[in-house]
Design a protein around this ligand. Structure first.
Ligand SMILES: NC(=O)c1ccc[n+]([C@@H]2O[C@H](COP(=O)([O-])OP(=O)(O)OC[C@H]3O[C@@H](n4cnc5c(N)ncnc54)[C@H](O)[C@@H]3O)[C@@H](O)[C@H]2O)c1
Length: 255
């Protein structure tokens, strides 16, 4: 098998529809020589149906990242399909409605805790659950939405993403001695299930369309997926704790 990821074995989380960023990652990874195992959350039969639309049908393992039993069993479940992992993709985010859409001042701690558990802590939880399968040279990649700024309507999800960005740096710190990298892709707005659950998400869409110097396609997750592939590949061997912006250049431009 040839391609950027020839012979690599990847665990890809976060597929729920074919608009999911994770779906593009899985598709491109297979097209570039990787063997892909998916995890699915909640509507497993839907994920299994979507998995059949990949170039190669991929096995789906059930994983709720907040479920200790699922995390404890992950290694054995993955070994049913591959004998190790060269990369993990964390493409998971969730916040209760109270945490989004301008709810920053009112969201209760229980809801904020859920957002941080699923969207932030899970990065460490997933990586450590899969750690026994990974050798030196492996790569962990996650998805963020630029958390250096406060965005209208993103609210506690923005705080969770700031935590994720820090968690990725700490993972880089702690897994670096094992030769394992941790990097994030900061994607611009894409019309996925997660994005549509944010009340007022169209504000991002309008801002990006007006300001991104390269322009921005709200329905094309391939640019973000390509960056994930690059970070999973052997072409960033000395890069860790990094955040690569795939946002049409929006982050670099003042108002
Ligand atoms: N869409 C955007 O505009 C955008 C921009 C930047 C970053 N991101 C990030 O990209 C990642 C993927 O999101 P997406 O936009 O592809 O949306 P998506 O809705 O397709 O994917 C989100 C995934 O999170 C999963 N998930 C939620 N709770 C979970 C849990 N407890 N355990 C396991 N999985 C769980 C869902 O099942 C779903 O597959 C997220 O981290 C998101 O924040 C999205």
């Amino acid at each position: 098998m040839s391609g950027l990821l020839a012979g690599k074995r990847l665990l890809v989380t976060g597929v729920i529809t074919d608009a999911s960023i994770a779906f593009s990652v899985a598709r491109l990874a297979q097209e570039n020589g990787a063997q892909v195992v998916l995890t699915g959350y909640g509507r497993l039969s839907l994920v299994e149906r979507i998995a059949k639309r990949l170039p190669e049908p991929a096995p789906v393992i059930e994983l709720d990242v907040t479920n200790r039993e699922h995390l404890a069993a992950l290694g054995d479940r993955v070994r049913e399909h591959v004998d190790g992992l060269d990369g993990i993709v964390h493409s998971i985010g969730f916040a209760p409605q109270s945490c989004l859409g301008g709810g920053f001042l009112d969201a209760p701690w229980e809801d904020v805790a859920t957002a941080v558990h699923v969207s932030t802590y899970s990065y460490q939880a997933l990586a450590t659950a899969a750690l026994p399968l990974m050798a030196s040279g492996s790569s962990v990649v996650g998805l963020t939405f630029d958390a250096t700024k406060a965005w209208p309507v993103y609210d506690w999800m923005g705080v969770a993403k700031a935590g994720l960005e820090s968690a990725s740096r700490y993972l880089a710190l702690h897994l670096g001695p094992k030769g394992i990298r941790s990097n994030l892709v900061a994607a611009g707005p894409l019309r996925t299930v997660a994005a549509k659950s944010i009340p007022g998400f169209e504000q991002f869409e309008d801002a990006w369309s007006a300001r991104a110097p390269l322009g921005w396609n709200l329905t094309d997750s391939e640019p973000a997926a390509r960056a994930c592939l690059a970070l999973l590949s052997d072409w960033f061997p000395a890069t860790t704790g990094e955040i690569v912006h795939v946002d049409g250049g929006y982050h670099a431009i003042g108002a």
